[in-house]
Design a protein around this ligand. Structure first.
Ligand SMILES: [Zn+2]
Ligand SMILES: [Zn+2]
Length: 258
């Protein structure tokens, strides 16, 4: 009967949202054991971790042993350093898109896990976590700030302080994704400012959480606003980062946070 089918579907959806999902969140393959990643072994192998060959400042993977990528060599970075778990490609970008545009809010539960590992491995000790802010007009349209979902999940599990009201996005600037690297730097200036909970950042080591770091100009602009609130240290942690010298470096449809 239609009614009972409807109820079954309701319970299935509720279970997927509120209880652990028992199939791979990417390919739907059944999962027999859960390690918190939500992914089957084959899918996990598709993620490319960012390891030792990376820019010491922005954390993006680089192809040689230089200490910094040229973006960081040529631009002031207001954050102390940024770290990311995976190269923003293939499955990592699929998950980010699912979270951001596909209504898969529950992905944040699984995506926060490698971020927690990264945070602990890198000894990123902070006092308070904040998400990359979203302009209220964009949030109204998208219904939620996906960076805030990641940051809340992250902070909850580590029992860190969390606020999404310390820094606000004042200007709804053009999406960084549509701009080249140099334009991104200019586009991010003055966009972020202190919100009503800004006092919470004073004297604190603040961690900015985002989904993807592209050139780092957005993260840098947010970090500048955080320092203006009196933070003692500002670091950035994102789920993924574009590889240095991907096409996104010169601007295409890769999406840095808005
Ligand atoms: Zn899978
Ligand atoms: Zn860099």
């Amino acid at each position: 009967m239609a009614m009972s089918e409807g109820i079954k579907k309701f319970y299935r959806v509720m279970r997927e949202i509120f209880v652990d999902k028992f199939s791979c969140i990417s390919c739907d393959e059944e999962l027999f054991e859960q390690d918190g990643s939500g992914l089957c072994d084959a899918c996990k192998k598709q993620l490319i971790p960012i390891e030792s060959l990376r820019c010491a400042k922005c954390g993006r993977a680089i192809a040689n042993e230089s200490e910094y990528c040229t973006t960081c060599m040529n631009n002031l970075r207001h954050f102390d350093y940024a770290r990311e778990c995976y190269v923003y490609d293939g499955l990592a970008s699929k998950l980010v898109h699912g979270l951001k545009f596909g209504g898969k809010r529950y992905y944040s539960y699984y995506m926060a896990m490698p971020m927690i590992d990264k945070y602990l491995d890198e000894d990123m000790a902070c006092d308070i976590a904040i998400p990359a802010p979203m302009h209220k007009a964009v949030r109204r349209q998208r219904k939620f700030n996906h960076a805030a979902l990641l940051a809340q999940e992250f902070a909850d599990r580590l029992r860190l302080d969390y606020t999404d009201e310390a820094i606000v996005k004042l200007i709804n600037n053009k999406e960084q994704a549509k701009l080249g690297a140099r334009e991104r730097e200019n586009n991010a200036v003055g966009v972020y400012g202190a919100g009503k909970a800004a006092a919470l950042l004073k004297g604190k080591r603040v961690l900015i959480i985002d989904d993807v770091l592209t050139t780092g100009s957005t993260a840098s602009a947010i970090a500048q606003a955080v320092y203006k609130c009196g933070a003692s240290k500002v670091t950035v942690l994102a789920y993924a980062a574009t590889s240095y010298k991907l096409k996104s470096e010169v601007g295409n449809n890769e999406d840095e946070m808005v």
